[in-house]
Design a protein around this ligand. Structure first.
Ligand SMILES: [Zn+2]
Length: 261
C-alpha cells in the first residue's frame, strides 16, 4: 500500500513538472513616475539664484552643475549653499572645465582626476556642498573616463545625440548610471518649443523621465548658451498640470526587483 501511494505521488510530481510552464526568475525595473530633470551647467550662480526665486512657487527642483568652484565669490558660494538647503542638487562640472577627452590625449586619467576632479571635490566639501553627480564639460566622454568617474560619482551625465523622433532621443533615464541630456538653450540647433512639448508628452505617456540641460538663465536672449526663464516656467507649469515629478540627477537609483515569469 505504501509503495502504491509513493508511486502515485511520484507520478503526480512528474506530471506537474512537465505539464506546466517552468517559472524563471527575471530582474525587472520598477516603472518611474513621469517627470523631468532640469540641469544647469557652468557657473551662472547669480542668474540661477534669480530663476529659483521665480520658480520656487512651482515646488520645482534642479541640478546645478558647477564648474570653476575656485573662482566663485563668497556671495555666490552662499547662494549655492542656500540652493542646496532648499532641496536642489549641486553637482560637479569639473574644476577648470577642460574637455576630458582632449585632456587625456596627452595625460593619464589619473592626471585628469588630480586636476579636474579631486580639487573640485575637496573645495566643494570644504564649503559644505555634497556632490554625488558629475556632468562632463561639452558632453565630452568615453568609456574609460566613464569607468574611472563612476568610481567617484553615483551618476554621470553626457549630452544626448540629436534625433527628430522624441522616442529615439537618448535623453530619458533608463536605470543606468550614465545618463544623457537634451539642451534647451535657445540657440541650440535642435531646440524649439513644439519639440520640447513633444519630449514632455512622450515622457508623460510612457512614464519616462526626460533629462534637460541649460546654461545661463535669462529673460531676453542675447547670445549662445542661454535659456529663457519663460521656457523654464512653461516646463514647470506642464509638470504641475500633468501631476509629473521634478527629479535631480542624485535621485536616480535603479529600483530593481525580481519576478517569476
Ligand atoms: Zn559646461
Amino acid at each position: 500500500m505504501n509503495n502504491y501511494l509513493l508511486k502515485i505521488v511520484l507520478l503526480c510530481t512528474f506530471f506537474i513538472l512537465f505539464s506546466s510552464e517552468i517559472l524563471i526568475p527575471t530582474t525587472v525595473f520598477k516603472p518611474n513616475t513621469a517627470g523631468v530633470v532640469l540641469s544647469f551647467d557652468d557657473d551662472y550662480i547669480n542668474e540661477w539664484y534669480a530663476t529659483n526665486q521665480k520658480l520656487k512657487k512651482y515646488s520645482w527642483k534642479a541640478s546645478f552643475c558647477v564648474s570653476k568652484i575656485n573662482t566663485l565669490t563668497i556671495f555666490e558660494l552662499k547662494k549655492l549653499q542656500e540652493l542646496q538647503k532648499e532641496g536642489h542638487e549641486i553637482a560637479g562640472h569639473a574644476y577648470n572645465h577642460y574637455n576630458a577627452v582632449d585632456f587625456i590625449c596627452d595625460h593619464s586619467i589619473e592626471e585628469y582626476r588630480q586636476q579636474e576632479i579631486n580639487p573640485m571635490l575637496d573645495l566643494m566639501n570644504f564649503y559644505g556642498i555634497n556632490v554625488t553627480s558629475f556632468v562632463y564639460p561639452y558632453g565630452s566622454r568615453n568609456k574609460k573616463l566613464d569607468a574611472a568617474l563612476l568610481q567617484q560619482f553615483k551618476i554621470i551625465r553626457g549630452r544626448a545625440f540629436c534625433e527628430t523622433n522624441p522616442k529615439k532621443q537618448g535623453c530619458y533615464y533608463d536605470n543606468k548610471r550614465l545618463v544623457f541630456s537634451f539642451s534647451i538653450d535657445d540657440t541650440h540647433n535642435h531646440f524649439n518649443i513644439p519639440y520640447l512639448l513633444k519630449l514632455l508628452d512622450y515622457s508623460k505617456v510612457n512614464n519616462k523621465i526626460v533629462i534637460l540641460n541649460c546654461h545661463k538663465t535669462v529673460n531676453i536672449v542675447n547670445g549662445d548658451y542661454q535659456t529663457k526663464n519663460q521656457t523654464l516656467e512653461l516646463i514647470c507649469k506642464y509638470i504641475k498640470k500633468n501631476n509629473m515629478k521634478f527629479y535631480s540627477l542624485s535621485d536616480f537609483t535603479p529600483q530593481q526587483y525580481t519576478i517569476l515569469q
